[in-house]
Ligand binder design. Structure first.
Ligand code: ADE
Length: 240
């Protein structure tokens, strides 16, 4: 997979791309990342990339001609173009799966008060990481890249992907490591006794409980099987 970032702040990507798992994924050759400075495509001697909006209004807009020049120089027929913007449905794990299948992804980082609206004609999809407004799209681009790149990593086992939050529509169950007791707080006994079926049931119930307590909306979108329905009823009774 290839990911190309078009940004005004190339340096913001340095530590992200050179740290830990993301660095390993790149070093393994699972993804090729290119970070492109949009300013290199300004024809202006002052390298301007923004201008005031027609009709007035606060702030500056990114210029369509500069953006399109940058895009066309880095695009090929299979490129799928994302634009970071608060103007989209919030990004979800299922989007990470879907986008991880693309061969060639371009992420354009929006900035200033916005971009010239004509640029939208060159974009396949706007991507927002949540219902709030950031100063620029770089953090959003890193969030999207991180969520996609980790799915490409063979180092993440199929089991851990299967169990993690959101993949099965539930939040992840709580996990514990040594010591077995800390300041009077003990690891639940069932997790220490080695009975795999009991552990599976306990973890599933805790997963349902976390989801019921913190993200009830996820349960509305999920079809529960008989075992899960029974456990959820138990949880509701226990919480009364
Ligand atoms: N740019 C500004 N706010 C954003 C958001 N919430 N998501 C993606 N890009 C943005």
């Amino acid at each position: 997979m290839k990911i190309t970032i078009l940004t005004l702040f190339v340096e913001q990507f340095n530590s992200f791309l050179n740290t830990s798992i993301i660095k390993r994924i790149i070093d393994k050759g699972l993804v090729e990342v290119k970070v492109v400075d949009i300013r290199d495509y300004s024809l202006d001697i002052h390298r301007h990339v923004d201008d005031t909006p027609y009709g007035g209004g606060a702030g500056m807009l990114m210029k369509v001609d500069v953006l399109v020049r940058a895009l066309k120089d880095n695009q090929n027929p299979s490129s799928y173009v994302l634009l970071t913007s608060p103007k989209a449905k919030p990004y979800k794990q299922e989007d990470a799966y879907r986008l991880s299948k693309k061969e060639d992804l371009i992420i354009v980082c929006g900035h200033y008060e916005g971009i010239d609206a004509r640029f939208e004609d060159y974009v396949d999809e706007n991507v927002s990481i949540g219902d709030y407004v950031l100063t620029g799209g770089e953090l959003a681009a890193m969030v999207v890249m991180d969520s996609i790149m980790r799915l490409l990593d063979e180092g993440i086992s199929a089991d851990s992907l299967k169990e993690e939050s959101y993949t099965n529509g539930l939040l992840e169950y709580p996990q514990y490591t040594r010591p077995v007791e800390f300041e009077g707080k003990e690891v639940p006994f069932v997790l220490t006794n080695g009975n795999h079926e009991e552990i599976r049931k306990y973890n599933l119930k805790m997963s349902l409980k976390e989801t019921y307590l913190y993200r009830k909306d996820l349960l509305d979108n999920k079809t529960l099987n008989d075992e899960e329905k029974k456990m959820l009823q138990e949880i509701i009774n226990e919480l009364k």
